[in-house]
Structure formats: C-alpha cells, structure tokens
Design a protein around this ligand. Structure first.
Ligand code: 13P
Ligand code: 13P
Ligand code: MG
Ligand code: MG
Length: 389
C-alpha cells in the first residue's frame, strides 16, 4: 500500500493576449523546472497544461497535502513563468501571484490548489478537471451528479459498492465554516446548500464508513483556497480545478464525465461578472475567445502507475461524444449574450467583480426625489399621471 498525494496547483501568470490563453513558453518554463524537481526526487511525476489563461501544474508526490516543499516549488515555477510573461509582454503578468501586478480585478491573492492524499489502489484512475472564467461553485453541480445523482451515475443504484452513497464536505464561504452531509439521506439539505453556489461549495467528497475504501481519504478535492485566505474580503471568482478518483467502488470514468454533457450555467465570465454555459473542450480548444469565453472545462484522465508515475493524460472532452454539449453551449451563449448588460447574464450587483455603480450613484447625488412624496402630491392634486410634471 502506497500513500500518494495528487496536487493541482494553478495560477494565471499572464494571458496571451488579454485573458485568452497561455503562451507555450510559460508551459515550457514550468515543464523544465518540474522535470528538474522530478529528477531531484522532490516530486514523483507531473503534467503541465493550461485552460484559457491559467497555467496548471498536475503533480504526484509523497509529501502529503499542504506540503511546503511542493507549494513553494509551484510558487517558484509561477515566479519564473511570470518573468517569462513579462519578457513576452503578456497581459496581467503575475496576475494571481504578485499583488503589485494588479490587472484590474480583485484577484492576485495566490495560486489555486486541489490536492488529496490517498492509499493507491492496484489501479488508480484519477481525473483532473480544469476550468477557466468561472468560480469553485461551478463544480457543485457536476460533482453532485457524479456522486449523488442516480440518474447520472448508474452505479449508485446497481453497484453494491456505491449503493451506500458518499459523504460531502461543504464550505460556507461567507461564514468560513464547513459541514459534512451524507447522501442519499441528506440529499435535499445538500442541494439546498450547494444550489447557492456562490456561497456554499463542495470542497471534498469521502467514502462513507461502510465503504471498502478508507473513509478519511478523499475521492474528490476542489480548489477553494482564495475564498478563505483573503482576510475579510470575499474573492469568489477564482478559476477552479478539481481532482476526482474513479472506479472500483467509485463512479466509473464514464460516470465521472457524464455530468459535463450538460453545459450548465456558471458565474465568472467576462470581467468575472457574467453568467454563461460551461463548454467541455479538449486542450486544443481550451482558449477563451468570444466575450473572453465561453467558460471552459478540460478533463484529463490518468492512471497512477505502480512506480508513482502519471500514465496519461487522456484528453476526455476531445471527443465527438461532447459535440452536442458544445453546440448547446454555443446556443446558450447566443441567448445569454443577447441580454447585454441585463441580469441574469450580468451577475447581481453584490457578485460582480467590477462595478461602476458607486460612481454613477455619486454622480446622481441631489437628483433623487422621494417617489412617496411625489405620489402624495399627485394624490392631493388628483391630477392624471400624464400631468404630473
Ligand atoms: P468497476 O466496479 O471495476 O469500477 O467497474 C465498473 C465499470 O467500469 C462499469 O462500466
Ligand atoms: P481571468 O480570471 O481568467 O484572468 O479572467 C479575467 C477576466 O476579467 C476575463 O474577462
Ligand atoms: Mg487572466
Ligand atoms: Mg483565468
């Protein structure tokens, strides 16, 4: 039995151009540094990729979750990639890393992390999901469907090893608290929380006590770091990543992928301030274009080799089986875009990253008059509406 840790650490260190995609030189810089670290034995294996303008380091190591060695390695990689981004004149170089390289929104507080330590099974299929132009709550719906919706995951009904359900760790981002809920018995409570995806996010999923896998080893981990690390400030729109283990008592790979056939609406598109459909794409198409989107998700599958190597990736959404989801996402994109600056395409005021409203309200100071007073005046004079002025 081998204890292993899988980590995705991600960071926007500069967009090419704007917030569109990641320059290949950044990925190359990261690959070189991680190869050195791997040769030196600091990590076991790695895969570097991108979705949109986010540089993703997928790593396998023996250091455990939250290990300083691995986190500082990633930080060094991002710093070096930031230097390359600056040389190339990329947009918002060091956006998520250096607070002095502010690119116009409230991000810039540190990289995002999804990681979990577990006892490696004989065959260990693990999937990495990487999203751009959205927030951690975007994972609530697909993770729920994978581990709790029998209409999506057949195994919940027909596989005795899944039949007892799972244990969800949900974070309340506003109160900085967490709660554990078990499915199927707590399904309605769970849905009542995670349907409010800007506040309640699934952080991890565990096997229940009765499961054949250890109940203290996560089978899902979602990045939510920035949401709590930023003292006193709500910074919700952080392009998220997730790790999901599959098979042998867990959803099959196809059950893990199935929820992404529905391009559900997520928040965080254009200026972190719009709702739009999440489009599943292969890495080749993981470049944000239209209105800086639409939001994208990449799904990469690996097996953990006995020597603790990552065998893969398989680029799961680079597949005609997801054509309909992409077509639907394009239709929904057309539909949502036609709302222009109107909600629910544009996010409600309190969730927007950018807003001109305080300035507008200030500019209108002194021009507001009580409608109550006007109504009583109108009443008193018994004039018709057309004669009010
Ligand atoms: P496992 O129980 O071995 O994961 O097999 C289930 C499966 O893959 C069915 O499609
Ligand atoms: P990123 O968070 O991906 O950098 O996008 C920012 C943005 O405002 C895009 O319109
Ligand atoms: Mg960016
Ligand atoms: Mg991004």
């Amino acid at each position: 039995m081998t204890e292993v840790t899988a980590s995705i650490i991600k960071c926007d260190v500069g967009g090419w151009p704007g917030h569109s995609t990641t320059h290949p030189d950044l990925e190359e810089t990261a690959r070189e540094q991680l190869a050195d670290a791997s040769n030196a034995g600091a990590i076991e294996d790695f895969h570097v990729t991108h979705v949109g303008d986010d540089l993703n380091l997928i790593m396998l190591h023996r250091e455990g979750a939250d290990a300083e060695a691995v986190h500082s390695l990633a930080y060094d990689v991002f710093e070096e990639a930031t230097e390359v981004a600056k040389e190339l004149g990329l947009y918002g170089a060091g956006q998520d890393l250096l607070s002095d390289a502010f690119s116009g929104n409230v991000r810039g507080m540190g990289p995002g992390v999804a990681e979990m330590s577990f006892t490696k099974r004989t065959s260990e299929p693990i999937l990495a999901f990487l999203m751009d132009k959205t927030e951690p709550g975007a994972f609530n719906l697909p993770i729920y469907k994978m581990f709790a919706d029998p209409f999506s995951t057949a195994g919940l009904v027909i596989d005795p090893n899944l039949h007892q359900g799972f244990r969800f760790e949900v974070w309340d981002i506003q109160e900085h608290e967490r709660v554990f809920l078990e499915t199927p018995e707590d399904s309605y409570k769970l849905l009542a929380l995670i349907g409010a995806k800007e506040r309640f996010v699934i952080k991890r999923v565990y096997p229940k006590e009765a499961h054949k896998l250890p109940s203290d080893e996560p089978v899902v981990a979602v990045s939510t770091e920035k949401l709590v690390d930023v003292a006193g400030e709500y910074v919700g729109k952080d392009d998220p990543v997730a790790l999901v283990r599959a098979q042998s008592g867990l959803p099959a790979v196809g059950e893990v992928l199935e929820p992404f056939s529905f391009p559900h609406l997520v928040s965080g598109w254009m200026r972190g301030s719009h709702n739009g459909p999440i489009m599943p794409v292969g890495v080749e198409d993981a470049d944000c274009t239209r209105f800086d989107g639409p939001p994208r998700v990449v799904g990469l599958g690996f097996n953990v080799h006995n020597e603790l190597e990552l065998t893969g990736p398989v680029d799961h959404f680079d597949d005609p089986a997801f054509d309909n989801a992409r077509e639907k996402a394009n239709e929904v994109t057309d539909y949502m875009r036609q709302h222009g600056p109107f909600e629910p395409h544009r996010l409600p005021l309190e969730e927007m990253e950018y807003t001109t409203l305080p300035g507008i309200l200030e500019s209108l100071e002194g021009q507001w008059h009580s409608v109550d007073a006007e109504a009583s005046e109108v009443d008193a004079e018994t004039v018709t509406v057309g004669e009010v002025e």
